[in-house]
Design a protein around this ligand. Structure first.
Ligand code: GLN
Length: 486
């Protein structure tokens, strides 16, 4: 009898542990993220780095893009070398080191080193911990969707607390102290994970498709290693000589973020390890993935454009005390936690109804809603003076309803549709939707400024809503490919 058979409220026990471990990891990530923009653009005299706001917005976006981009590499390392459990642990340690870097008053250098460490760490941890959730359930276990919703609530518990704790301390006392708290949160997450790892499925213990070095053609090995070494030398060299500016880093990451999933889909679709049935499902997954990319373009601007809108264009004294701007980053997760039980009932009703909505329907609705959350902001932005904070709260609440139609469902659909040989890597691929989204956002946010905010929100919001309508129209075609029993 396997450890993961023991149940907790009708779910495998391992789920509780993963819930809390991921909650603490997300606490560290979103705590750091709640401060990042302000830390970058604040004047040096005020403890910031004094980076111009537009560059800072793009940098925050590519920072996020890099963390999810690395999930592809992390997924590969897990599938071929380490397995999920070890990758998660190693990732947690790297993330903690990244936050410690930011906690040291070491300026822009520490910022870039932290970005490398947190990207590598999150790349290892995020896909592997999500895939461990999927592995708690057997092939057609009907509880998997619910399991991912519960797990997603863990993400949100961490994400709601982080800005309130890390954000408040960082904004009111000292940025580095705030980042230090993020490191501390990751340390707690690691302790939790060490305690619960025995409750995971045996599948988390070993690589799913172990790499046997003897089987790899020598030529290919040499090519891959050489390319890695050359790219590393090129990057370090151009950074040291000053050829690679902050703007250069932004454009480079944007480009890679878009190219990566395209390449990866191509590799998977062509791989001899993928069966014909798996290939057909994967093709149906592509439009879902594209929808997710555009959803994250909007949702992830919570830490860039919306963070700046909160600090600059919102009346933070409207409630009679000075609300720290970072608190707005808790709104979405708070709404998500409140609505999760409601959505659990809603999905159960809809999914068992005579005409259950397909994954593509849910994603289409998510996009339309995300677009509307921006359209709502056109009104207060078009008026003179500071906006009442409730506008922003309303917009963040709306985009979160979209998130509930897309993000947990996407995780579950990914676990269901992943070709066996690429199990954890497909989870990594799903995360690169967030990477590509932020890569695109890194370019888009350059067009934002407080004076023309109404136009920005109108164009980006309407564009996204239209994309959602297109997806809704195409949904019946996509359903045929993706919503079959695996
Ligand atoms: N908010 C979710 C998380 O942190 C998903 C983020 C994403 O995929 N871009 O896990």
């Amino acid at each position: 009898r396997h450890a993961s058979d023991r149940e907790f409220f009708g779910h495998p026990r391992g789920l509780v542990g993963l819930f809390f471990a991921e909650a603490w990891e997300r606490f560290s990530y979103y705590g750091m993220r709640a401060l990042l923009l302000y830390y970058m653009y604040d004047q040096v005299a005020d403890g910031g780095l004094g980076i111009p706001a537009d560059t800072a917005r793009s940098l925050v976006a590519v920072y996020g893009s890099a963390t999810y981009m690395a999930a592809i590499v992390g997924g590969w390392v897990s599938d071929r070398l380490l397995g999920d459990r070890r990758s998660t642990l190693l990732g947690g340690v790297l993330i903690m080191c990244g936050h410690i870097c930011l906690a040291l008053p070491a300026g822009a250098t520490a910022l870039f080193v932290s970005m490398v460490l947190i990207a590598a760490g999150t790349g290892l941890l995020k896909p592997t911990i999500s895939s461990s959730v999927g592995d708690l359930y057997g092939g057609n276990d009907p509880r998997r969707d619910a399991g991912f919703s519960i797990y997603y609530m863990g993400i949100s518990v961490g994400a709601v607390a982080a800005p309130l704790v890390v954000g408040t301390v960082g904004e009111t006392y000292d940025y580095h102290l705030g980042f230090g708290l993020a490191a501390f949160g990751m340390a707690i997450g690691l302790v939790v994970y060490l305690g619960i790892q025995r409750n995971l499925s045996a599948a988390s213990d070993r690589p799913k498709n172990p790499l046997r070095l003897a089987e790899v053609p020598r030529g290919r090995l040499v090519t891959v290693v050489s390319v890695f070494v050359l790219v590393a030398i090129g990057l370090v060299g151009s950074a040291v000589t000053g050829v690679l500016t902050a703007g250069g880093v932004v454009n480079l990451i944007s480009l890679v973020a878009i190219a990566l999933p395209i390449t990866y889909f191509t590799v998977m679709l062509r791989s001899p390890r993928v069966t014909e049935a798996e290939r057909a499902r994967l093709r149906g997954y592509v439009p879902l993935f594209v929808a997710a990319v555009f959803f994250w373009v909007i949702q992830e601007q919570g830490a860039t454009v919306i963070a700046q809108y909160a600090a600059e264009s919102t009346d933070l004294d409207a409630f009679g005390f000075a609300v720290p701007a970072s608190w707005f980053q808790s709104v979405g997760s708070f709404v998500l936690i409140v609505l999760t039980p409601l959505f659990a009932v809603l999905w159960l009703r809809l999914d068992t109804s005579a005409r259950p909505p397909s994954t593509a329907h849910k994603f289409g609705v998510a996009l339309v809603i995300a677009g509307l959350s921006y359209v709502l902001l056109v009104l207060p932005s078009a008026q003179a003076g500071l906006a009442h904070p409730l506008w922003l709260v309303g917009s963040l609440a709306i985009v979160t309803v979209g998130e509930m139609c897309l993000s947990p469902i996407g995780l579950s659909a990914t676990a269901r549709l992943a070709p066996a040989a690429f199990a954890t890597q497909t989870m990594g691929l799903w995360l690169t939707a967030g990477s590509a989204g932020q890569g695109i956002a890194a370019q888009l946010v350059k067009f934002y400024d407080a004076d023309s905010a109404a136009g920005y929100f109108a164009v980006v919001g309407t564009g996204t809503a239209v994309l959602g309508l297109v997806l809704l129209a195409a949904a019946p075609l996509i359903r045929k490919r993706t919503d079959v029993a695996a």
